[in-house]
Design a protein. Structure first.
Length: 59
């Protein structure tokens, strides 16, 4: 889901290690995540849902 709750994709993966690796690769590519895990914009939707912007200021 995107930051507004819209569906951005769907896929089925095999059960097991190989399928998990495929899922991780697909999630990283689909989400636009930065490899290594630090993506400054990743919590924007969650922050907005709490009434705050990505930096924590009230909106």
């Amino acid at each position: 889901m995107d930051g507004d709750g819209g569906k951005i994709g769907e896929r089925v993966f095999r059960h097991g290690g190989e399928g998990l690796a495929e899922m991780a690769t697909w999630l990283m590519a689909t989400s636009g995540a930065v490899e290594g895990g630090r993506n400054p914009g990743r919590n924007r939707g969650a922050a907005r849902a709490r009434g705050r912007d990505a930096d924590g200021a009230r909106v």
